[in-house]
Design a protein around this ligand. Structure first.
Ligand code: PMP
Length: 405
């Protein structure tokens, strides 16, 4: 693995300062920073070969189309599926989940049917299902969590019934960091022939994701959370589902033949890619995946584990600081609250020290309600962070505390 100085040098933004202090970026759960190679790849599209994909016979369009399809191939290999038809580009995790919630609802859902989610979900994996349930008269069922922030599997097993049509859960919680027991969740659902969608927004960047081994039916993630550009995401779906499901958007490129009387759709994966896709971002995402593979996903996992242990040790040693989310299995995210200090005050003071953390509900209000709190401060770490930065955070928190005595 490259050494940490080399890795950090790959990310131009990491060398900037904020309010005269070196930037310490601990908001990787919200979005990650981009290595130079990703910036260059996107720049190169616009500088050298920008042309709308799949449309022109001209040189530039051909070049862009080829780079876009190569990006699809990179994604296919990265998440390990044998079929390129199963890789759909979207605008992000939110776009992917909304798309499936709509299509699945239209095709399969009847009044009284049930969808199972967990109490840990991001709003992006709650609201689209709620909207679909309202349209179709279906019902949401929620797997409860314990005080450590882990889902209670026995309760999940009880929720599975002959009315369950789909289970949709996160790979890891963005609010608490908990990694969900996907193997158990998927195998129990499958033994009742129920498909499972995994929201991989907080999973894909932290280790190896192999959708075939995982055997999920759908998997969604965002490019910007894995060091790629904004505005691009992926929806993986098993071919049998994607073949049966209706498209979630209509427009150019997703069609085969259009008349005013009837339209027939394009083959997979294009049936789900209506309009001009964000091909420069897809090309940038492919480059980000190469970058991550170059660092090594096992290396990333190990390094982030080490950072998480160190940060947990340092932060739990601070008097009056409570960590929310204490599962044994976590991504490198620490959510905390300091006695009698509002999370926004903590976040704003840390910001003045050059430390970027997230404060609030993290788009996971039900998680906050579960603990009866308004929100937390969240430090989400990744492989380009260092123990020295964690020390600065711990000292910074002590300073915040001293300002409120
Ligand atoms: N799910 C989870 C678990 C997330 O953390 C996020 C982003 N915070 C999303 C979904 C939504 O991702 P995006 O905004 O990139 O669509």
């Amino acid at each position: 693995m490259k050494d940490i100085a080399e890795i950090r040098a790959d990310f131009p933004i990491l060398s900037r300062s904020v309010y005269g202090k070196p930037l310490i970026y601990f908001d990787n759960g919200a979005t990650t920073q981009k290595p130079q190679c990703v910036l260059d790849a996107v720049d190169e599209v616009y500088k050298s070969y920008n042309g709308n994909i799949h449309r022109g016979v001209h040189f530039l369009s051909d070049m862009s189309s080829e780079a876009y399809e190569n990006a699809r191939e990179k994604v296919r290999l990265f998440i390990n599926t044998s079929k390129r038809e199963e890789i759909i580009f979207t605008s992000g995790t939110t776009g992917s989940i909304n798309g499936i919630a709509f299509s699945f609802g239209e095709r399969y859902i009847k009044p009284g049917d049930e969808i199972i989610l967990s109490h840990l979900e991001h709003h992006a994996n709650i609201v689209p299902w709620q909207m679909m349930c309202e349209r179709k008269g279906a019902v949401l069922k929620v797997i409860p969590i314990n005080d450590r922030g882990e889902i209670i599997l026995e309760e999940y097993y009880k929720l599975l019934s002959s009315r369950t049509r789909l289970v949709s859960v996160a790979q890891a919680s963005n609010a608490l960091g908990t990694v969900l027991p996907l193997k158990e969740i998927i195998s129990a659902a499958h033994s009742a022939n129920i498909p499972v969608l995994i929201d991989g927004a907080q999973g894909i960047q932290h280790g190896i994701v192999d959708v075939e081994a995982m055997d999920c039916d759908f998997y969604a993630f965002s490019g910007h959370k894995i060091y790629g550009p904004n505005g691009i995401g992926v929806l993986y779906g098993k071919e049998k589902w994607l073949y049966e499901l209706p498209p979630f958007q209509g427009g150019g490129d997703m069609v085969d033949k259009v008349t005013f009387e009837k339209t027939t759709y394009n083959d997979l994966p294009f049936k789900f890619e209506a309009g001009t896709m964000n091909y420069p971002a897809a090309i940038g995402l492919a480059c980000a995946l190469d970058y991550v593979s170059g660092i090594g996903r096992e290396n990333i996992e190990l390094r982030e584990k080490e950072l998480l242990s160190y940060a947990t040790l340092r932060l739990s040693g601070i008097n009056g600081l409570k960590i929310y989310g204490t599962s044994e299995r976590k991504i490198s995210t620490i959510s905390f609250h300091i006695d009698n200090i509002h999370q926004y005050d903590t976040g704003m003071i840390l910001d003045k020290m050059g430390i970027a953390v997230r404060t609030g509900t993290h788009c996971a209000q039900p998680v906050m309600d579960r603990y009866g709190i308004e929100g937390t401060v969240r430090a989400s770490l990744c492989f380009y962070n260092t123990k020295e930065e964690i020390d600065v955070l711990a000292d910074g928190i002590e300073k915040v505390k001293s300002m409120f005595v």
